[in-house]
Write a protein that binds this ligand. Structure first.
Ligand code: CUA
Length: 332
């Protein structure tokens, strides 16, 4: 009995958490998620009412068959049953027509963009992180990873690709999920309205670290977003003398073969771009918060918190890892 009570309480807590959160389709913060929620509510109401009617009808028929009936009475009730069946078929047709119309109109409206200049973004899924690129009006691309910023009130057309296997891009508070398929490009429109931080998650099983393939979307006022984008476009600042050791280790070691740091000789394209690494709030695609301890731990033992990822174990001593972390922390 106690176990049942605990389970019920857990379920209630889970349901309540799902209603308002930074990762919830029931708490829309943008046009596309709001339209999908309306469609969900329409489906819920129509299917809920149909289910309730069906149960009532079933209950009524159980009660009815218990009563013994005269032959005259039987003929009359059969006629009544026939007309009731006609009403039931009519209700089904109306319900299905509403569902088809609702889903057609929602689907059409998902591709609409808000008035004003559209932002072009390209997101590429990798096992298990996200490469995010913003197209500048000049045609140049600014690259970052695992943390997306969007201006509130402006539409972004997000082109979705994959570098390896099928992933699925999903930020429940902002839009529906769309697959990222190797060899082809899909696209979705996101028009965020409410500033805040939302969590995105890969929604297609893509390997052992599928669950640790998350990202954050920060929806900001347009001016804040403009400043962020301008900062991301700049190369990394020069390392000060106190970070010289860390800088030398990154440039001379295996880090630079895989990671790009703008304005330095580090020009790899295998792993996430680190030019403004310290401006993000997590490491390893949302796996752990970015702190000095988690960063040092990651550098020393990249297979520790996210086994199976592409970053090989380094031969850094704890002091070297500390110096590398110190340097990376300056990449704001
Ligand atoms: Cu990528 Cu699941």
């Amino acid at each position: 009995m106690k176990a049942l009570a605990v389970a019920t309480m857990n379920l209630a807590a889970l349901l309540l958490c799902g209603c308002s959160d930074q990762q919830s389709a029931l708490d829309p913060a943008g046009d596309q998620a709001a339209r999908l929620l309306t469609l969900f509510q329409l489906m819920l109401w129509i299917c809920g009412i149909a289910y309730l009617l069906l149960l009532l009808f079933l209950g009524w028929s159980f009660l009815r068959c218990r009563r013994t009936q005269e032959a005259d009475d039987k003929a009359q009730s059969e006629r009544r049953l026939e007309s009731l069946l006609g009403v039931w078929i009519g209700l089904i047709l109306v319900g299905l027509t509403l569902l088809i119309l609702g889903s057609f109109l929602s689907d059409r409206s998902l591709g609409e963009t808000a008035d004003g200049q559209v932002l072009h973004i390209r997101v590429t899924g990798h096992q298990w992180w996200w490469r995010i690129e913003y197209r500048q009006p000049s045609g140049q691309w600014i690259e970052t990873a695992n943390e997306m910023h969007l201006p509130a009130g402006r539409s972004a057309v997000v082109e979705l690709r994959s570098a390896d296997v099928i992933h699925s891009f999903w930020v429940p508070n902002l839009a529906g999920k769309t697959d990222m398929i190797p060899g082809r490009s899909n696209s979705i429109v996101i028009t965020p309205r409410t500033p805040g931080t939302y969590r995105g998650q890969c929604a297609e099983f893509c390997g052992v670290q599928h669950a640790n393939m998350a990202f954050l979307v920060k929806v900001e006022a347009p001016a804040t977003f403009g400043r962020w984008l301008a900062a991301q476009a700049r190369p990394a600042g020069r390392a000060s003398p106190s970070e010289a050791r860390g800088y030398a280790l990154v440039m001379g070691g295996s880090c630079s073969a895989c990671h790009h740091i703008g304005g330095t000789p580090s020009a790899g394209r295998v792993g996430p771009d680190l030019t403004h690494f310290a401006s993000r709030s997590t490491i390893a695609a949302g796996t752990v918060p970015l702190t000095h301890a988690s960063l040092r731990g990651w550098i020393l033992q990249p297979q520790g918190v996210k086994p199976g990822n592409a970053m090989p174990a380094s031969d850094f001593s704890p002091q070297d890892a500390q110096a590398v972390a110190r340097y990376l922390e300056t990449l704001k």
